[in-house]
Every structure is written in structure tokens, then in C-alpha cells.
Write a protein that binds this ligand. Structure first.
Ligand SMILES: Cc1cc2nc3c(=O)[nH]c(=O)nc-3n(C[C@H](O)[C@H](O)[C@H](O)COP(=O)(O)O)c2cc1C
Length: 186
């Protein structure tokens, strides 16, 4: 049985991001996995904008302890968010800034970074307003995937196990049922 932590960064509970998170959660639970969902916008442990006196020696406060405990216990981290301005919502960036801290998520050995979260895999589910073919042609989807893979996931020693970027998810929602069916089958 795997411990799966789903981290959702969307301001609206009735968003398609939550529909994707719930679909993935139900499929995983049906397979017998242990799943927890973290709703960053509504979680009671809200973290202020990241700030520090010494970035290399952050003091671990209760919020960091809370989130890092959850990350530590997870075998799989699943991030679900809408694609905003070429990236993820600021609340998720803030989550990374605080909680993937030095000596928890990585350390330096002979001046070289070494990831410490080596027992974890990561899945990404995100949606763009733009059609997939446009973001494939322009390279926008590849840039997002590579940034997450190289700068976050692998930097911390984790392995990317799927970066699912679905396009044309706008107000029409004409393709959303099909996307949820795809997620169910993963
Ligand atoms: C602040 C903001 C920035 C956005 N930036 C982009 C963008 O850079 N590219 C894009 O294709 N869609 C962009 N969108 C559209 C969202 O990606 C789209 O509405 C979302 O994927 C729909 O999923 P949801 O129902 O879960 O919000 C943006 C939307 C907002 C609110």
C-alpha cells in the first residue's frame, strides 16, 4: 500500500483541478492506496509569503513541520493546479519555497546539491486554457515539464512519474469528461 499525498492549488473547490484530484484519489483508493488531500488555499496551516534571515538556516516552524511531516510520510506526491502565466499558482510556489528547505529536501556535498527525498515519486496534473497543440508547438508544455522535473523534482532527489498537461480547459469545459476518464485509467 502506497501513501499518496495529493496537493491541490486552486482557489475554487468546484474547479476542474479539484475534479481531477478527486478522480485520482478515488481510483487510488479503489486500488487500496492510502490517500490524503492537502487543499493549499483552505488548509488551516497557511504560510505567509516566504521570507528569511538566512536562507541556508531556516528555523522550522510549526507550519513547516506540519507540511514536511506530510511530505516525509508520502511515497507519492501528486500536484494538481491550473496553469497560470506559464507556471503554477503563487501559493504552490510559496509551498515549495518554504517546505523544500535545505537539509530537508536537499543538502550540499562538496558544494554540489544532493537530493534527500529519494524514496518519492511525483505526478503532475495541470490544465491550460490554450489548446494542447499550440502549447506543444510553442514548447510551453515542454518548458513547464522540464522546469518541474529538473529544478524541483530531481533537484530534491525525487522521480517524475508523469506530467499530465491537458489543454483547452476553459469556460466551455467541453473536453473535461474525457480528461477525467483518462485520469481514471492511469
Ligand atoms: C491568473 C490566470 C493566469 C492564467 N494563465 C494562463 C496561461 O498562461 N496559459 C493558459 O493557457 N491559460 C492560462 N489561464 C487559464 C487557466 O489555465 C484555465 O482557466 C484553467 O486551466 C482551467 O481550469 P480550472 O477550471 O481548474 O481553473 C490562466 C488563468 C488565470 C486565472
Amino acid at each position: 500500500m502506497k501513501n499518496i499525498l495529493i496537493i491541490v492549488a486552486h482557489p475554487k473547490k468546484d474547479s476542474f483541478s479539484f475534479a481531477m484530484a478527486n478522480t485520482y484519489m478515488e481510483s487510488a483508493q479503489n486500488r487500496g492506496e492510502n490517500v490524503e488531500v492537502l487543499d493549499l488555499y483552505r488548509d488551516e496551516h497557511q504560510q505567509p509569503f516566504f521570507t528569511y534571515d538566512d536562507a541556508n538556516a531556516l528555523s522550522t516552524d510549526t507550519c513547516m513541520q506540519y507540511y514536511q511531516d506530510k511530505i516525509s510520510k508520502a511515497d507519492e506526491l501528486v500536484f494538481v493546479f491550473p496553469y497560470w502565466w506559464g507556471s503554477f499558482p503563487a501559493i504552490l510556489k510559496n509551498f515549495f519555497d518554504w517546505n523544500l528547505s535545505k537539509d530537508f529536501a536537499f543538502k550540499y556535498v562538496n558544494s554540489r546539491p544532493k537530493g534527500l527525498l529519494t524514496d518519492k515519486t511525483v505526478k503532475i496534473f495541470t490544465t491550460t486554457g490554450a489548446p494542447k497543440f499550440i502549447y506543444t508547438i510553442t514548447g510551453a508544455n515542454r518548458r513547464l515539464k522540464n522546469m518541474i522535473k529538473e529544478q524541483i523534482v530531481e533537484f530534491c532527489g525525487m522521480k517524475l512519474d508523469g506530467c499530465h498537461i491537458y489543454g483547452s480547459v476553459d469556460t466551455s469545459k467541453s473536453n473535461t469528461d474525457k480528461i477525467l476518464e483518462t485520469i481514471k485509467a492511469l
